[in-house]
Design a protein around this ligand. Structure first.
Ligand code: CA
Length: 233
């Protein structure tokens, strides 16, 4: 994989230095910004391929930065938040962030998130402007045009909700989807009941697609946040 250009937005010098040092040691190219205004400026003038964005910035809320950038760019955004900012993290994902890191994080975690994002980036770049009608991920295949899904050679017998859920996750492979986003997309609402139903449908979907539903390969759970389909090699 080619190393993408990364924009690091972080006002805390020690965290920024940790990230920069890690990126440099792994041959990533990067730019840095220390506040929201310069983040937006750097993003528009240098077209980074990934943005690492701290949510607590001195001049504006990181969520505002995401909303501004999303008006012109689909660049993958990984938000960095403190553990006390859980709601901010969910707001950030709903505003269009792709993934998150919670402070304090290790160098290994940072590199792992970057690898996941690079895979997502590769998929985004290979997508033709006309949406492809076939999705393949490991043994899993979704034929959007025909409305069916397969695991290996076997056609999956999914309920309409399970199928919708699978399509939503596969169309956003690599991206963390919040409970609210998923329930809004599927039921048009996001009451506590819908989130409880989502859990039930997710469990039945996993039984059908995962060889070990207790340690899922395709769909990750993000406790208190949502779910993500992982790209399987
Ligand atoms: Ca900060």
């Amino acid at each position: 994989m080619n190393k993408p250009l990364i924009l690091v937005v972080e006002d805390d010098t020690s965290v920024r230095n940790l990230i920069s040092t890690t990126l440099r040691a792994h041959d990533y190219r990067y730019l840095t910004a220390q506040n929201g205004d310069s983040a937006i400026m750097e993003a528009s003038s240098h077209n980074p391929e990934i943005i690492l964005l701290d949510l607590g910035l001195p001049d504006m809320d990181g969520v505002e930065v995401i909303k501004k950038i999303r008006t012109w760019s689909n660049v993958p955004i990984i938000v960095i938040s403190a553990r006390s900012e859980d709601t901010d993290k969910i707001d950030a994902l709903d505003a269009g962030a792709d993934d998150y890191l919670t402070k304090p994080f290790s160098v290994e975690e940072l590199l792992a998130r970057l690898r996941v994002t690079q895979r997502r980036l590769a998929i985004m770049q290979n997508e033709s402007p006309v949406e492809t009608s076939l999705f393949t991920n490991g043994q899993l295949r979704v034929d959007y045009a025909a409305g069916c899904a397969y695991l290996g050679e076997e056609e999956l017998h999914l309920t309409p909700i399970e199928y919708k859920l699978l399509c939503l996750l596969s169309r956003n492979v690599g991206k963390v989807l919040t409970h609210t986003f998923i329930t809004q997309s599927i039921w048009g609402s996001s009451w506590d009941n819908d989130i409880a139903s989502l859990r039930v449908f997710m469990a039945t979907l996993r039984k059908k697609i995962e060889s070990q539903p207790e340690s899922p390969q395709y769909i990750q759970t993000h406790i208190g946040v949502g779910y993500r389909m992982m790209k399987v090699e």
